[in-house]
Design a protein around this ligand. Structure first.
Ligand code: PLP
Length: 377
């Protein structure tokens, strides 16, 4: 390989400065900027690949599956999975974990009907099309939760078809949390004996386990599989996530696709072997106590943001266990500057670990100023 020409070198330098600058105003997405994996950079010089099943031996031994299994066991404990009877893998993010959950559900119940709320992540409807799964969208409540009455009435009409429920543990826009106990009560009352519940816990799967007063949402609450993002609350320069499921269910579909060398149980064949090291490292350095402190701090900052918005006359609000602060959609230049995501007439900021009060003061002042100017026009 020859050295880069000067103009190509300049482009890289300019890109570096741009990424560095944009990360200073990164407040609209649920990804933390706080992480330091520099101690692990030396691993980047190997063709590491965790191809196939993390629990099956492979002839591709330049892998990090030992650490991957430790990370999975840590998440299994965190989400009250049976330590002897869970299966999972480290994915490329929450979306892949949701795709895996739906795929598993379809293989178990090919005749099933998927129910999900209108506040569900945009990737789910695409995945349902890819999997050709019949599905019905359910209305949402103003909090972002699924509308339980609509869910009950809709399932009642289709009582003869096993329901597959895609539950949100923190919706994308409002961080609303679907009540798993309420959903299971609906299934019981309708005398439905075969059903499947997958939890999309992309963000809150790394927040709720650390709060004392959080609603039950995980395997202890009776769900069948779940997905959590790794690059959101934990933080990573490479997107990643965790998919966990009951081993008994996975075994029923894994057998038929076994091939020489390893098991092809995962959505992709070649898999990232670097992100398992990142996640393992973060877990060792933070520990449950460290993550709990970070979660409490983010929740307190989100409450601070709500209070400050309101003191400026802006109708902001948040859900009880949420780090997402919802407020009326501000003018375009504010959205662009702060990289704020919007849906219809609402916007949000998501108070992750790189937030502090000074940053919130700047955002809320900017939003208030822009809304005032807009009102005067
Ligand atoms: C971010 C998010 C996803 C997608 O996760 P990725 O890790 O970005 O693939 C899915 N669902 C919800 C609720 C999310 O917030």
């Amino acid at each position: 390989m020859s050295a880069l020409s000067q103009d190509k070198q300049d482009r890289l330098d300019a890109l570096y400065r741009e990424v560095e600058r944009e990360s200073q105003t990164f407040v609209g997405y649920p990804c933390t900027c706080v992480f330091d994996y520099s101690e692990l950079y030396r691993f980047l010089k190997f063709p590491i690949n965790n191809v196939g099943d993390p629990f099956a031996p492979s002839t591709y031994r330049v892998n990090t599956k030992d650490l991957e299994r430790e990370v999975l066991a840590w998440f299994a404990t965190l989400t009250h999975a049976d330590p002897e009877a869970f299966w999972g893998y480290i994915t490329n993010g929450g979306s892949e974990g949701n795709l895996y959950g739906l795929y598993l559900a379809r293989e178990l119940m090919p005749e099933g009907m998927v129910y999900y709320s209108e506040d569900t992540h945009y990737s789910v409807s695409k995945n349902l099309r890819m999997l050709k799964m019949p599905n019905i969208m359910i209305r949402s409540l103003p909090t972002g939760e699924i509308d339980y009455d609509d869910l009950r009435e809709t399932i009642r009409i289709h009582r003869d078809i096993p329901p597959i429920i895609m539950a949100n543990i923190g919706t994308t826009m409002k961080e609303g949390i679907d009540d798993i106990a309420a959903i299971r009560k609906i299934l019981r009352e309708l005398a439905i004996h075969r059903s499947y519940i997958h939890c999309d816990a992309a963000l809150d799967g790394m927040i709720l386990p650390f709060l004392d007063d959080a609603p039950a949402w995980d395997f202890a609450a009776g769900v069948d599989s779940l997905a959590i993002s790794g690059h959101k609350f934990i933080g990573s320069p490479i997107p990643c996530g965790i998919a966990l499921a009951k081993k008994s269910n996975v075994d029923r579909i894994a057998r038929s696709i076994e091939y020489v060398g390893t098991l092809d149980t995962t959505v992709t064949g070649s898999r990232n072997g670097i992100t398992p090291i990142f996640l393992w490292y973060a877990i060792q350095r933070y520990g449950v106590e460290g993550f709990a402190a970070a979660a409490r701090r983010c929740l307190a900052l989100a409450q601070y943001a709500v209070d400050r918005f309101r003191s400026l006359g802006i109708e902001a609000w948040k859900n009880p266990h949420a780090v997402t602060v919802v407020f009326p959609r501000p003018p375009e230049e504010v959205l662009r500057h702060w990289q704020i995501a919007v849906k219809d007439d609402i916007a949000h900021i998501i108070c992750m670990s790189h937030f502090d009060r000074a940053l919130i003061d700047r955002i809320t002042d900017d939003v208030a100023h822009a809304l005032q100017q807009e009102a005067q026009l």
